[in-house]
Design a binder for this molecule. Structure first.
Ligand SMILES: [Zn+2]
Length: 125
């Protein structure tokens, strides 16, 4: 290899390394910016905002009436305030259904905790 070609090659390698460093830094900055957005828009956060909204509270009252004031699982009578909104398909498995009323039911606390993240159940409140 001619000295001139070697020089060009060395320069090209240095330019690539420089570009890679800049890309790595830009990526790290973007990841730092995206982190709070990911939390804000996580399925759990979306669900909790909906649950605490007037729409969510209205849905829970209506659902409590629809279930005749009983747990969807064990059929025990439940108070509206002590009942838990359950994700039939758990959030972890079906995050797109976080606020889909067709995927929600009301359970007593015992059934909700027993269900955990298994299908037909989910954590909630
Ligand atoms: Zn129950």
């Amino acid at each position: 290899m001619e000295p001139e070609e070697r020089q060009d090659l060395t320069e090209a390698v240095l330019n690539l390394k420089f570009a890679q460093d800049r890309t790595d830094r830009a990526l790290a900055e973007l990841q730092a910016l995206a982190r709070p957005l990911a939390v804000k828009h996580s399925p759990r956060s979306r669900f909790e905002r909906w649950r605490d909204s007037s729409d969510g509270k209205h849905w829970k009252r209506a659902q409590h009436r629809k279930q005749r004031g009983r747990c969807a699982c064990c059929q025990a009578p439940i108070d509206l305030n002590g009942s838990h909104i359950d994700h039939i398909q758990p959030l972890a498995r079906a995050p797109e259904l976080a606020c889909d009323s067709g995927n929600l039911q009301i359970l007593c606390a015992d059934c909700n905790y027993r269900k955990g993240d298994r299908a037909g159940a989910g954590r909630s409140s």
